[in-house]
Write a protein that binds this ligand. Structure first.
Ligand code: ADP
Ligand code: ZN
Length: 728
């Protein structure tokens, strides 16, 4: 895909975001256009956004083709990004227009820049000015050439807006209009690295990978607190020194002020930010500045991967094992894998960082496809927490209590020492099950195949699948008996009751995503905890990710067995990752902490591995199990999810597909199902899944397309293809 210029009237293929194409032919407008240009094209009575992709198909009478309406005044999409979109579309079996939508869906990206009022010194400064006015002049001078708004200026000077207005009236300061799209401040990458121990070597290796300007995937593995961030920031510094751009992807939830502050401390300015909390104006600015090379470092959630960088020299995927990198609706893609794809197209290194890598990345490193760097010690002589199991069979707790005597004693000791304890339970709400003691009926969601979870905080039952709520019934909806509805099992709210009863004096904080109205409220709570505002923290998995609580010394896992049930082949991997991440919260700075796991099966191999058995041996054993099953990453998987209002037609069609499996057998693939999907009903739509398992090197996508294409799909049914599903 080399750049090409088309002169007026030539036929060009335009990719739009509409599902009509993928490509539609148009005539180049007056003044011509080039490949990659963002354009507006007429489509029926509307005008839609598109990208010039190349020469048209021809075959039409050019006189009857419509012309491109307008070439937009934004940087053209580079060949690299066009290649990435089409390869990603091929891989995920996504219709290319949907892929373009993903890259351009943020509203307002193509609007003309809004203007804003900015100030500059204009007239001579009269020598008799009030103190307040002098402060304003001084502040304005300190901004140098950077434009500053009246509001920013009065804030910087610490005076009221009227003082600034007064100076404008006097003619000392002039107001003018300037576009909003300001370049980001340059990051200063010259400050020397402050790495030590095995960080030095790892930092040098990453910097060298950046300097080589070649594609290479590197797994950066190191326990929490070992300095992975510190190390990959050195790779970022190397990219910046070469005047290239860098992208750091973080799971949305880990995009904390903490990280931004660290970048600022290291490089003297903040990076560009791209995630759901960023305003439309700011997104527009970042999108444009990325394309113009006017932002050096971008920190973002998975969709930042689709930004139009001018010259990207490094991609970092932090917490690479995190399941939130997989987008589970719309275009089904895994941002970690797509990062590797984009890096390979760009020819730049991709760093995958984690304390607990995914099995996929572990195997890729083991087999030599990825380089691997290990950080084995925690920074500043901090040690990994001492781990132990609490055998719940010996504790004999009553059925409505979940904190063992052993754990309670540990928490007590910590409170006495002025230290924090974290009780980890990955269950939101009050109780996971609400049932009738008379007939045994459990309350489920009307629209989903999911139990309703009681949330006392909201005083309602909530479906965690679709968000539907209803009041907790007084009498059983099934048998009508009154007053026998019971909450069964613990959620964090219920655990909080137990903690309050057991430790009435302790200051308690509950961290669960549903208890916070906004991301900001959650951030504030986390900051307060870090400063010691709580003695006991109860948390769901939101505490497992990247937050730093310096006073936290004891982590108690309420139910370490929770993730081990079920038949999912990934259960062991996920449990191992989660438990290790949670344990890593303890004792980060200074003295080592402890992590205690309440379990009914202390002899379970996964529990034993978590407790500090040989980690590499655990991964080897897991890998062997997957290899034996022909499962990823040794084989390939795809899920075919059929959804519709009625169940029977889904099974009928699924059955037909399963029988027509010749194109799959030809590549050595097998099909399983149809079976109810992992979530079998959502929002009133039934979901049925077929799983396809193929040998690693088989041309899976082509075979899938052929296979599905042969069986006519009934109306009213949706089919989604999930390449590399999360659960199997
Ligand atoms: P990880 O990303 O592996 O969890 P971090 O990079 O966040 O580790 O490091 C953990 C803590 O130790 C941070 O507070 C960080 O600032 C500090 N740290 C790590 N390495 C160094 C170093 N070489 N010099 C100074 N502080 C460091
Ligand atoms: Zn529901």
């Amino acid at each position: 895909m080399t750049e090409r210029i088309f002169s007026e009237g030539e036929t060009v293929a335009v990719l739009t975001t509409e599902p009509l194409g993928p490509f539609l032919d148009y005539r180049a407008p007056g003044g011509g256009c080039g490949t990659g240009d963002f354009v507006e094209v007429p489509l029926g009575p509307r005008r839609v956004l598109g990208v010039v992709w190349g020469p048209g198909e021809g075959g039409f009478d050019p006189a009857r083709l419509r012309s491109i309406a307008r070439v937009l005044d934004v940087p053209p999409m580079r060949a690299e990004l066009r290649t990435f979109l089409s390869r990603a579309a091929d891989y995920t079996m996504t219709w290319l227009p949907a892929m373009l939508r993903l890259a351009t869906r943020s509203p307002g990206l193509f609007d003309p820049p809004a203007l804003r009022r900015v100030l500059r010194l204009s007239g001579p400064v009269p020598n008799r000015l009030t103190e307040a006015r002098l402060k304003v002049i001084e502040a304005l001078r300190s901004f140098g050439a950077a434009p500053v708004t009246p509001g920013e200026l009065s804030t910087a000077a610490g005076v009221s807006a009227s003082v600034v207005r007064g100076l404008v009236k006097l003619g000392v300061i002039a107001e003018e209009e300037a576009p909003r799209d300001l370049p980001y401040p340059r990051l200063n990458a010259r400050a020397p690295a402050r790495l030590e121990g095995d960080q030095v070597e790892a930092g040098a290796a990453l910097a060298q990978a950046v300097a080589a300007e070649n594609f290479q995937a590197v797994l950066l593995k190191g326990v929490t607190g070992s300095g992975k961030t510190e190390v990959y920031l050195e790779a970022v510094a190397e990219a910046l020194r070469r005047n290239r751009q860098a992208l750091v992807l973080l799971p949305e939830i880990a995009l904390t002020a903490d990280f931004l502050a660290r970048v600022e401390a290291r490089f003297g300015a903040r990076p560009g930010e791209w995630h759901s909390g960023v305003t439309q104006t700011e997104r527009r600015r970042l999108w444009k500045m990325a394309a113009e090379g006017e932002v050096g470092l971008v920190v973002g959630a998975r969709s930042a991967l689709f930004l139009p960088f001018q010259d990207l020299g490094l991609i970092v995927v932090d917490e690479e094992h995190d399941t939130s990198y997989k987008q589970e609706d719309g275009v089904l893609y895994n941002a970690r894998d797509m990062a590797v794809l984009r890096g390979s197209i760009l020819g730049c290194p991709v760093v995958l960082a984690s304390a607990t890598p995914s099995l996929e990345s572990w195997v890729n490193a083991d087999q030599g496809r990825y380089a691997r760097l290990d950080l084995t010690t925690r920074y500043g002589a901090a040690e990994m927490p001492a781990m132990r199991a609490i055998d719940m069979r010996a504790e004999k707790l009553p059925s409505d209590r979940w904190i063992s005597e052993t754990l309670a004693k540990g928490v007590e000791d910590r409170i006495r020492a002025g230290e924090q304890s974290l009780l980890f339970l990955n269950r939101r709400g009050y109780a996971p099950v609400t049932l009738c003691r008379a007939c045994g009926q459990q309350i489920g969601c009307d629209d989903c195949d999911a139990r309703m979870v009681e949330h006392r905080f909201l005083k309602r039952l909530v479906c965690h699948q679709c968000g539907a709520t209803k009041p907790v019934p007084q009498s059983c909806p099934s048998c009508g008996v009154e007053g026998r509805m019971a909450a069964v099992g613990p959620g964090v709210e219920r655990l909080a009751e137990e903690v309050t009863a057991r430790f009435p004096e302790a200051r308690l904080a509950v961290l669960s995503s549903d208890l916070f109205g906004s991301a900001r409220a959650l951030k504030e709570q986390i900051a307060a905890i870090a400063e010691g505002a709580a003695d006991i923290i109860i948390g769901t998995q939101i505490v497992a990710k990247g937050h730093n609580f310096p006073l936290l010394k004891l982590v108690g896992v309420i139910d370490a067995d929770l993730g081990l049930q079920g038949s999912d082949l990934r259960a062991a991997e996920r449990t191992f990752q989660l438990m290790r991440q949670v344990a890593g919260r303890a004792g980060r700075a200074g003295a080592p902490g402890e992590a205690w796991l309440q379990t009914h099966q202390p002899e379970h191999p996964v529990i034993r591995a978590i407790l500090g058995g040989d980690e590499e041996a655990f991964w080897k054993a897991e890998a062997e199990e997957r290899r034996a099953a022909g499962a990823p990453p040794f084989g390939r998987m795809a899920g075919i999810i059929l959804s519709g209002p009625d169940l029977q037609p889904l099974f009928d069609y699924g059955g037909e597909l399963a029988r027509a499996d010749a194109p799959l057998r030809r590549i050595g693939a097998e099909v399983f199902g149809p079976a109810p999907a992992p979530v079998a009903r959502v929002r009133g739509r039934h979901r049925v899944r077929l799983l396809v398992k193929a040998p690693k090197a088989a041309p899976l996508q082509a075979a899938l397309a052929h296979w599905i294409g042969q069986v006519k799909q009934p109306k009213g049914m949706r089919l989604a293809i999930d390449i590399d599903p999360q659960s199997f």
